[in-house]
Every structure is written in C-alpha cells, then in structure tokens.
Design a protein around this ligand. Sequence first.
Ligand SMILES: [Zn+2]
Length: 172
Amino acid sequence: MGRHQACKVNLVADVFSMKERSRIMARVHSKDTLPELIVRSKLHRLGFRFVLSPDYLPGKPDIVLPRFRKLIFVHGCFWHQHKGCKASERPSSNLEYWNKKLERNIKRDKRNVNDLKRAGWDVLVLWECQVRNNDSLEGRLEKFMRSASAHPPLRRKDIKGGRYEKQKTDTN
Ligand SMILES: [Zn+2]
C-alpha cells in the first residue's frame, strides 16, 4: 500500500466506524462516473484526501473532505439542469412530465445545498461539462480547497452512528 493510499484509508478509518468504512471503500469501484473520477484524481494529485459520500448528508455529495469541512457535487448537466448549458435542453416530447421532474430536481438540489451550508459545509458544485472540457478545473479545485472555511473542521466525535451532529454554530 502506497503512502497516499494509506493516508486515505487512515482518514476514512479515523472518521467513520468499521462498518461505514468498509461500505465506503466498497463503493469506490461500484458507482463512480467518469467526471467524478476525474475530480477525485485531480484532488488526489493536489494532495487532498477525501472520503466518498456518506449517505447521511443531504443530496449525497460526491466528494467529502471532513477535515476541511468542504464537499463537492459533480452534477450531470441534464438531470440537475445546468443553466444555459446545451446538455440541459429539455426533450421536446412529454414536456409536462420532464418539466415537472426536472423542476423538482432543481428545487431539491437548492434545498440540499442550503441545508449543507447551514450545517457548516463549504459547497462546490462542478458541472459535468466543465469537468470534461475545462482546463481550469485544477485551479478551481485548488482555490476552493485553499479558501478559509467559516466553520471548524469536523472531528471524530462530530460524526456518530452514521449521522453528523449539528454544530454549536448552527443554532446561533
Ligand atoms: Zn453543462
């Protein structure tokens, strides 16, 4: 096992229970999309260690960095309706069905991001088209990761039994 790999495993081991840990590690290969893998490998190259999304966070963010209290969504342009993006164009048939479905997705995404921010997470949303085409992805990730967080990092005791405990700052 390489040093980086060991580091990642240690972080996962440190923050999550054994059961949670094996579930997370099992998911590494199961449902990753290419844009997610690209973002993860860039983060890895920049020296940041992350965990894959625990189920208890709203919207199941794709990448979670508990120590930095930051998380990243890698959104598909169609399902999450990237505004102004060609890939987000709605189908011309069954318009009513699609409008209802996609509007619901937009509303849910907005609510999830708000909930996460209120719980003290810094949130970055990356769009699939940006991840595929954008040379500045690494710069964006670095800027996001280096920006100061308004909240203290999560500690082990903040995450219990698959749920994260609300921070003092949330109730102010
Ligand atoms: Zn897009």
